[in-house]
Design a protein around this ligand. Structure first.
Ligand SMILES: *Cc1c(COP(=O)(O)O)cnc(C)c1O
Length: 382
């Protein structure tokens, strides 16, 4: 494995994690799921997002699987989603036998183009799965209005969107379900993990049963019943307390982590303004009403060959910059399970020229300057 002077990502580590882990192991003596740290994380998420209920899960992928099941998705149902996303957005619905119907993205935010949704609706359409790319919100007013009018569920893949808002409201709380990720590449981490945000209390009991192997164990622990049993379909979606302890250490310092990321993001943006003004690159857009979380800093080059050359140039200087999703409709499983509705005007073209610069909690201002210098040198020489 090649090591880089400036890697693309470092999992967030603030220094208090080990004392939280020690608390779980040596004091609480509770390391399986749903102990004090899991409850604390859930309470934090409920308080900070305003959702009715949050359940910590083993991943965002699993939160999406739970959302697909709880949405009542049946074989043959269609779910409208962007093609420019991570596989899990589609996988969760394909597992239930549904067909992902991919639509094009907006070139400014790389989010699904809300004006193309209605044309993709058929009598089989059951849900819209939105992805808030780079922690910048989709146009939720329009999307929720369409969903209400057409009787569709909305599932938000909010893997990248914790701390972000749309007109003051937390991402992941608009649709019936919001799915967060705490993978090591995300703003706050527990190694592998996630959370399901549930907007309507009517889904909570079924969600708890689904997460706890199909049993009513959550009710039992709350003392609402005197023995627990197998009551419905289920799996095991609860993370260990060790993971929750690590996450809680970071949630307790959430603002500090967010501010540090935003400072580097703004540094990149200001430092690259000149190249954007000369139309050598395109900078990310943050539409009016959206507050983002600096999950990612990406630029768009002229085209694929220029992107490849830039990545190679940075690599030679010990800096790892990376491209992102291969559109799902062009992947083998995407061809097999889904279809693209309408014209691919931007998905392929924009994905081929997008490159992400190093971005992580303890990226220093000097390192970010180093990256900026290297990008400028590339464009001076090319
Ligand atoms: C990271 C990510 C996921 C998957 O998250 P896991 O917690 O690793 O399952 C899903 N969707 C998007 C958009 C992501 O960025």
């Amino acid at each position: 494995m090649q090591t880089y002077r400036i890697p693309f990502n470092k999992p967030p580590y603030i220094g208090t994690e080990l004392s939280y882990l020690e608390q779980a192991c040596a004091v609480n003596r509770k390391i399986c799921g749903d102990g004090p740290f899991t409850k604390q994380c859930s309470a934090w998420l409920e308080e900070h997002t305003g959702t009715a209920k949050s359940l910590l899960t083993t991943s965002c992928t699993h939160a999406l699987e739970m959302a697909a099941y709880l949405s009542g998705i049946q074989p043959g149902d269609e779910v409208i989603m962007p093609s420019y996303t991570f596989v899990s957005t589609a996988d969760a619905f394909v597992l239930r036998g549904a067909v992902p119907v991919f639509i094009d993205i907006r070139p400014d935010t790389m989010n699904l183009d809300e004006t193309l949704i209605e044309d993709a609706v058929t009598e089989k359409t059951k849900a819209i799965a939105v992805v808030h790319y780079a922690g910048v919100s989709c146009e939720m007013d329009t999307i929720m209005e369409i969903a209400r009018r057409r009787g569709l569920m909305v599932i938000e893949d909010t893997a990248q969107g914790i701390m972000s808002t749309y007109h003051g409201k937390a991402l992941g709380t608009f649709g019936e379900f919001g799915c967060l990720s705490f993978h090591e590449t995300k703003n706050y981490s527990m190694g592998e993990g996630g959370a399901l945000l549930i907007r309507d209390p009517e889904y909570v009991e079924q969600a708890e049963i689904l997460r706890e192997k199909g049993t009513n164990r959550s009710k039992f622990f709350r003392g609402q019943i005197d023995k627990y049993t197998w009551v419905d379909f289920g799996s095991s979606y609860l993370p260990s307390e060790l993971n929750a302890a690590y996450l809680m250490a970071q949630l307790d310092r959430a603002e500090e982590i967010n501010d540090a990321r935003l400072a580097r993001w703004n540094q990149y943006r200001e430092g690259l303004q000149d190249l954007a003004a000369k139309e050598r690159i395109v900078l990310p857009a943050v539409p009016e009403g959206c507050v983002h979380n600096a999950h990612m800093f990406y630029i768009r080059t002229k085209d694929l060959p220029e992107r490849t050359a830039l990545i190679e140039y940075l690599k030679e200087r010990g800096i790892l910059a990376v491209f992102h999703y291969i559109p799902l409709h062009s992947a083998p499983a995407g061809v097999r399970f889904g279809r693209f509705h309408g014209e691919d005007r931007y998905t392929t073209k924009e994905s081929e020229r997008l490159v992400r610069l190093p971005m992580f909690f303890d990226l220093t201002p000097e390192e970010a300057d180093d990256v900026l210098t290297a990008v400028h040198d590339f464009y001076r020489e090319n």
